[in-house]
Design a binder for this molecule. Structure first.
Ligand code: AMP
Length: 569
């Protein structure tokens, strides 16, 4: 396929707000593409060059992109800056100046050029990136230039994500959504969406039968539901349940495998980002696990060296950084609590009952070390015992308990009652905090003028749409207001993102692109038709910024409805 043709599809995708139409455009695009190019097309329509866990990025910031555009079209940099100020979008600037024929350049050629630019490293790489990217832009049609100029700066957002791609693939093979579950099941254990698309394209759905977890490729994590009481939990998943402490740390999927004859360890966050380099201390600790190939699910949490007490999340999360890693590792040591095993030496345990997985885990991990331990667990059928355990965990400074269904498979990528979280505030008020997306901000007035932001609008997710649920103007510390202002400024967009649905009267001063996730604690959930979610949060307080969560991982409207029902019962 030529890149010119792909650009026309991108334009159609950009124009339509309708998800059904997006799905059918994608299906048409996938039908037309060959097995050799469909993976690249999938990455590109998502605004990426590879699945996110591979961390392939162009590393071209906005300022560099301005220089690239100036060079590509032989224009003065000041003119480009002025045009950018006027248009507010680098893609439109490039499109206005481009005049390339670009008729024959293929998707594969554009993709390879972008990969080469991404791989450029070392001395002089900056200049090489600029001239290569400028050359590429110069060859593209105006429409092609619009989209390619947006990719490096993360602005190629067409208003959908992975799940719509999976729908598009289902429509490609079946003409409807009937294959979606099958495709998603494969994707849940093998998150390279490009490879999934390639297999479906080349071999049809039967090709997916061969998909199983592979060490080195993350599995989409399992997530927990909530219930209001120990009795309800036993009723739902009993008679016997496994009770474990809930650590308020960083989800860490641990992959051990061999590469080029050497033992390799990779860690993936809840977001499936590769975080291995951030935790050299934990990588070292995994040397104790005597296994050739395996995948574990675990939580890493910081502890105080002197007292041995666990640290609050705000401190643990400081370990999520790209610089001064050794230094912070000394100051904030982590401990890894391993609670599941999903794969070992060619065998997947995804469908193995939890009690069996636990036995396997105990034989594989063996005794605990100072930095790595199997999560302690108790099997019980008594509500009293569950309550006592929760009290013990809370007194140790932990977040609460995870209560697990003994015979459940590992539900990759799914929230369900196989795991039930029970936190401090469960049983009184709203049973859980709510992870919301920041949709936009309003300028501060009075005292808040100094903070920049005075109020912000948050939403919950329904499919790939975000519906407003609260406008928050109190409940933040001065420092949190300033932090919010800083973050919102970096994510400002001049148009309402396609995914946002809200009442006109609630439109904020400034839109924030879908990226910033905040954890909100509310006293109550009430019915409020002014919010497009139909529900609103009363007395909301910002608990923390949830950098490790992406917009797709925010609380869904159906979860919020369940929380609403729970507080009534
Ligand atoms: P939540 O993010 O509130 O849905 O809770 C699920 C999260 O709890 C998981 O993503 C893990 O990071 C974390 N977690 C802490 N302790 C455990 C445990 N024992 N079992 C499973 N998940 C745990």
């Amino acid at each position: 396929m030529t890149f010119k043709e792909l650009s026309q599809y991108l334009e159609r995708l950009e124009k339509t707000p309708s998800r059904n139409e997006i799905t059918s455009i994608l299906a048409e695009l996938f039908k037309k593409s060959s097995p050799g190019e469909i993976d690249k097309i999938v990455y590109l329509v998502l605004g990426n060059l590879a699945p996110s866990y591979q961390g392939v990025v162009l590393n071209i910031a906005e300022r560099m992109m301005l220089r690239i555009i100036a060079q590509a079209y032989d224009e003065d940099i000041n003119k480009i800056k002025a045009l950018y100020k006027e248009k507010g979008d680098l893609g439109t600037v490039a499109e206005e100046l481009a005049s390339g024929e670009g008729g024959s350049i293929s998707v594969g050629e554009v993709y390879s050029a972008l990969i080469e630019i991404a791989n450029e490293a070392g001395a002089g790489s900056q200049e090489k990136k600029i001239s290569r990217m400028a050359k590429l832009l110069g060859e593209l049609t105006p429409l092609g230039a619009r989209f390619v100029a947006r990719i490096p700066v993360g602005k190629l957002r067409l208003g959908f994500s992975d799940m719509t791609i999976l729908d598009g693939l289902s429509y490609m093979v079946k003409g409807d959504k009937s294959a979606r579950v099958e495709i998603e099941t494969a994707f849940n254990v093998f998150v390279d969406i490009g490879v999934i698309a390639k297999i479906v394209k080349a071999k049809g759905l039967s090709g997916l039968k061969g998909i199983k977890p592979m060490a080195g490729i993350p599995i989409r994590p399992s997530l927990a539901e909530r219930l209001p009481s120990a009795e309800k939990i036993l009723e739902k998943i009993g008679p016997k349940v496994a009770v474990e402490p809930k650590y308020d740390g960083l989800r860490t999927e641990v992959h051990i495998f061999s590469q080029d004859g050497k033992r390799k360890v990779s860690f993936f966050s809840r977001n499936l980002e590769n975080t291995t380099r951030m935790f050299p201390d934990l990588v070292e600790a995994t040397a104790e696990i005597k296994v050739k190939t395996a995948i574990f699910d675990a939580e890493a949490i910081g502890y105080d060296l002197k007292t041995g007490k666990f640290l609050p999340f705000q401190e643990t999360v400081q370990r999520k950084r790209k610089h001064d890693i050794e230094e912070i590792a000394k100051k904030l040591p982590l401990k890894l609590f391993v609670f599941d095993i999903l794969y070992k030496d060619g065998k997947s345990f995804i469908d193995t009952p939890f009690s069996e997985r636990r036995k396997i885990l105990e034989t594989v991990v063996g005794k605990s070390g100072a930095k790595l331990e199997i999560t302690r667990q108790e099997i019980t059928d008594s509500a009293e015992t569950i309550r006592d355990l929760i009290k013990t965990y809370l007194s140790e400074g932990l977040e609460g308990a995870m209560i697990k269904k003994i015979d459940a498979p590992y539900k990759a990528g799914a929230r369900g009652y196989h795991w039930i979280k029970y936190k401090k505030n469960t049983g009184g008020g709203v049973a859980d905090t709510i992870d919301c997306l920041v949709l936009g901000v309003n300028k501060g007035r009075g005292k808040r003028a100094g903070f920049g932001v005075g109020a912000f609008l948050v939403g919950v997710r329904q499919g790939e749409k975000f519906k407003s649920v609260s406008k928050i103007g109190t409940g933040l510390t001065d420092e949190q207001w300033r932090e919010l202002d800083k973050r919102a400024k970096a994510l400002e967009v001049n148009q309402k993102p396609k995914e946002y649905e809200l009442h006109k009267n609630l439109e904020p001063d400034v839109w924030v692109k879908p990226s910033l996730v905040v954890e909100i604690l509310a006293d109550e959930i009430t019915k409020r038709p002014i919010h497009s979610a139909g529900l609103a949060l009363r007395f909301p307080r910002l608990i923390r910024f949830r950098d490790e969560k992406s917009p797709e991982q925010t609380t869904t409207l159906s979860e919020l409805n369940k929380l609403y029902q729970m507080q009534k019962s």
